[in-house]
Design a protein around this ligand. Structure first.
Ligand code: ASP
Length: 348
């Protein structure tokens, strides 16, 4: 930390012991994590990406669902901070022999690990695990419930391009029913002062969302073109600063949520035509997608690869933001990039 002898500023926001939901972080804690992520991104840009901050700590990535971005970025984040990181997947663990989740995590915890990063298909799994272990628990996605580090990296990425999100209009479009990303993003974006409109076909709006939108103050729409054209009521009537497209989560769908893929794309996809109209109206608009993308379904290749697309910036920010989260949960008061520093810590 610059200008204060490498210590966290006094009065820094209090961090929770675990990160299970975005609701665990108040606006101050979100701000602190995003600010530290900026320092972590400096480390990410160095030639030698190694700082001693988590030396001697052990982080287990326990993934019961597939992942490319989240798992590898948690692993890289831990390694760049000198922690020992170990990956365990559901298929390669004793869970495949019928061991319960409780026994699996208590077994790992008994080895004396410091943090458990867990992804599980059951909503609420991370909360349960936190009650069973001494290690810090980070929710890397639990069913259709939450994915807090995704929301943090989304906020970080949007801020890098748009500046403060206070008063900005973010539209989140797609498969809301199955998205843990939207639940975490709603909490985070509202805490950062953004106005949010959710857009989906009626069949992909989660039940109870009307009451939630009234309580949290976000807008709902089934009409993507009206929202993108600044038509509609409430927030939907305002120009969109950031558009977040969500993946159609076929693996979580048991029935037909829309007639055909083609009809979904016509109604709710970010097609080339929509992209052109949007960029003509506002060339500064940013487009996000948490990945993995279904190119040609919810997002066209033109949109995914457009200059307005922040998809790869999101991936890059994922490492810095997860370094920041690990640091704040595990290292506490030490300097984020120089604690226990030796010359190794300031390698260029
Ligand atoms: N990667 C994100 C998640 O794990 C989004 C997605 O899978 O669509 O929730």
């Amino acid at each position: 930390m610059r200008g204060n002898g490498g210590r966290m500023p006094s009065g820094a926001a209090a961090m929770p012991r675990h990160l299970l939901s975005m609701a665990d972080l108040d606006a101050g804690a979100i701000r602190t994590i995003l600010d530290t992520a900026t320092q972590m991104q400096d480390v990410q840009r160095r030639e030698v990406k190694k700082i001693p901050t988590l030396r001697g700590r052990t982080i287990i990535n326990l993934f019961f669902e597939d992942s490319t971005r989240t798992r590898s970025s948690f692993e890289i984040a831990g390694k760049w901070m000198s922690a020992d990181t170990i990956n365990i997947t559901g298929k390669g663990s004793s869970a495949s022999k019928g061991e319960s989740l409780r026994d699996t995590v208590r077994t790992i915890d008994a080895m004396g690990v410091d943090a458990l990063v867990i992804r599980h298909g059951a909503s609420g799994a991370a909360h349960q695990v936190a009650g069973w272990v001494d290690a810090h628990v980070i929710n890397a996605g639990d069913g259709t419930h939450e994915h807090p580090t995704q929301a943090l990296l989304d906020a970080y990425t949007m801020e890098q391009r748009l500046g403060s999100l206070e008063g900005k209009h973010v539209a989140i479009v797609g498969d809301l029913t199955h998205s843990r990303v939207v639940r975490s993003n709603l909490i985070s974006l509202r805490r950062l002062g953004a106005d949010v409109t959710l857009v989906a076909p009626p069949t992909l709006m989660p039940s109870g969302i009307g009451a939630w939108s009234a309580a949290e103050g976000f807008t709902l729409s089934h009409d993507l073109d009206a929202v993108l054209g600044g038509k509609g009521s409430g927030e939907a009537a305002r120009p969109v600063d950031a558009l977040m497209m969500l993946r159609v989560q076929k693996e979580r769908m048991s029935g037909g949520f829309f007639p055909t893929a083609r009809e979904y794309t016509v109604g709710y996809g970010l097609t080339r035509d929509r992209l052109n109209r949007l960029c003509d109206a506002n060339p500064e608009i940013v487009i996000c997608h948490p990945g993995p993308m279904n190119r040609g379904l919810e997002i066209s290749a033109d949109a995914a690869d457009a200059a307005q697309s922040l998809v790869l910036d999101q991936v890059s920010a994922g490492v810095a933001v997860r370094m920041s989260v690990l640091y704040h949960l595990l290292a506490g008061e030490e300097s984020p990039t120089e604690s226990g520093a030796t010359s190794e810590g300031s390698a260029a």
